[in-house]
Each structure stands twice: as C-alpha cells, then as structure tokens.
Design a protein. Structure first.
Length: 330
C-alpha cells in the first residue's frame, strides 16, 4: 500500500477505535491487491486492519459472506467496522498461527486437519440463495489463467494439450454434486485461534463441486502432504459426512478421481495466478511454489490417464518454466 494510503488507514483507525494509542504492523503479502495489518492497542487488544481496494476486490461480497457464514456457524472473523469508499475494514484478529506452520509439526498435524475437516463441513452445510453457482464457464476461464500467464506471458508457447482436454476436465468437475465451497481452503487461510479454527479469505465462495474444498485442503499449493496421510484424511472426511445430509461420491475410487481431477484444475489455476502476480504487480512472493505445484499436477494427470497433458507439462512446460523462474530469481 502506498504511504498515503497507509496514512489514510491510520487516520480512519483513529476515528474508529476507542483508543488513542495503537500500533499498526504490516503482515505478509498474499495473492491479491489487499494489504493486511495487525493493529495492537496499549491494552493488548488486537484487530486486523485491511486495505482492500474497492476497484479490484469484492468487498461487498466479503461483508455479505461474513454474515452468511457466521449465521451458519462457520468460524469466520467478525467485522467491527467497514468504510466502503476506500476499502478499509477492521475485523477480528484470529492471530498468527497459520496451519501452514502447524503442518511442520508431526504431533499437531492430525489435529489440525481434523479441525479443518470440521470447518469444511460447516462451509458445505451453509445454504443461502444469494451464493452464486460455480459454472463450467468459470472453470474454463480459470484454466485460461494458466494459458495466458504461464504459456503466453512467461513461456511464449502454445497450450494445445491443455486446450484439448479443457472441456473434458471441466465437464467432469461440473458434473459433481453441488455444495457451498470456500474456493481457497488451504493452509494460509486456516488459523488456529486458541484451540479453535478460524477461516479467512472466504469472499469468493460459490456453490460448486462437493470435492473442491477437500481437494484444496489435501493438495495444498503451499505444503505437500504425503500420500499415506492423504488416504487417511480422505477416509476421515468420508466417515464424518456419512451420517449427515451432504453428498458423497461413491464408490471411494470415484471420489478420489473426482477430488484429484478437481485438484488438477485448481493447481493449474494457482500456477497461473502466481505468474500473473509477477507480471501485473511485480510480486515474486509466490513464484517459489510454481514448480512444486506443477510436479503435483503432472503426478495426478498421469494417475488419471491425462498422459498427453502430463507429458507436455513435464517435457515442455516444466523445463521452460524452471529456466524462466531462474532468470527472475536473483
């Protein structure tokens, strides 16, 4: 955020908070134009301040979805104040313990995933007529992010193998039973608040594939879980929803394929977003994740008989992307 915007945010906080003395500390950038700050008062109380430019971010949706999810017992932060014209928000502070950090502790990993699965189910059980549908056209457009920013801008190569399977891939995802999906249900948007889960970055929620969020969780772009753990957590998730009124793809083998196909689409979109962040905002914070995520896409594509796509990603895209990233990284 430019200095003048930070000054404007601080001035707004002065009129919003019931304290004269407070400190504003910037937090790590994320994959959007938003900027996050922790606001700490002399009393020790803290909040999250967000500058979310209204010309690029969906602030009204954020506010609306916060209300919807809160009403449906999804643990999202309470909004204390909102200034729509400049995109300033003051929200509940869920702390600094991202699940990404917890994942590195083997003793805490299982408990964290169990909390995440409970939160995921709460999202899926949310019902509201105002939540839009995740259309097949949107799924295709998201694959286009990979085509435009990886193949086009970063590599200058054709995306024929991806274009050839785009209809098949997105039609299969679109055929899944529908529930409410968070759409970014991963370790950077899940926080441990005391002993409880906190869920953030939920404004893009839609009604889509019933395996979308479990795919986001288990095939996290920021942390690679091993296959044994993934199998265990698939069974845990299926056990949890077996007795409640949520759709469950059967048999298990079809569930796994559906989840992996969805993860493929999502991870290719993510790689495209990582590259787009560089070209549009000169943010290199996410480029380090591009190659590991691409490797996971290749593995899943091979496992699900998308061998032409896998070969192209491995033999053409991978080497060129690695070279391009090396040129960008000092």
């Amino acid at each position: 955020m430019p200095d003048d915007s930070l000054l404007a945010l601080q001035a707004w906080l002065t009129t919003t908070l019931p304290f004269d003395n407070f400190q504003v500390d910037p937090l790590q950038p994320e994959a959007s134009t938003r900027r996050f700050y922790r606001v700490t008062a002399d009393t020790g109380s803290s909040w999250m301040a967000i500058h979310s430019p209204p010309e690029t971010e969906k602030n009204e949706l954020f506010v609306a979805m916060a209300e919807i999810f809160s009403r449906n017992h999804v643990p999202v932060p309470k909004i204390h104040a909102y200034e729509p014209k400049r995109g300033f928000l003051l929200v509940q502070d869920f702390g600094t313990v991202e699940f990404l950090h917890i994942y590195n502790d083997p003793d805490s990993l299982g408990q964290a995933i169990d909390l995440a699965l409970e939160g995921l189910i709460a999202v899926q059980r949310t019902r509201d007529p105002s939540i839009e549908v995740y259309t097949r056209e949107r799924l295709i457009d998201e694959l286009g992010i990979f085509t435009e920013w990886v193949c086009g801008e970063m590599l200058g190569c054709a995306a024929t193998p991806l274009n050839d399977i785009a209809d098949v891939l997105t039609s299969e995802i679109d055929s899944h039973p529908k529930v409410t999906v968070h759409r970014d249900y991963h370790s950077r948007n899940l926080l441990l608040h005391g002993e409880h889960l906190g869920i953030v970055d939920f404004q893009d929620a839609l009604v889509g594939s019933c395996v979308y969020d479990i795919a986001s969780l288990l095939y996290d772009c920021y942390f690679e879980h091993n296959n044994k753990h993934i199998d265990t957590w698939i069974d845990a998730y299926r056990d949890k929803i077996g007795g409640i009124s949520l759709p469950l793809i059967e048999p298990r083998s079809k569930f796994v394929r559906a989840m992996e196909i969805t993860a493929m689409q999502r991870m290719m979109k993510a790689i495209g977003i990582f590259c787009r962040l560089w070209f549009k905002q000169r943010k290199g914070t996410h480029l380090a994740y591009a190659m590991p995520v691409l490797g996971r896409v290749i593995t899943i594509a091979n496992r699900n008989e998308f061998t032409t796509l896998a070969n192209w990603l491995e033999q053409t895209v991978g080497p060129r992307l690695q070279q391009a990233l090396a040129r960008l990284t000092p």
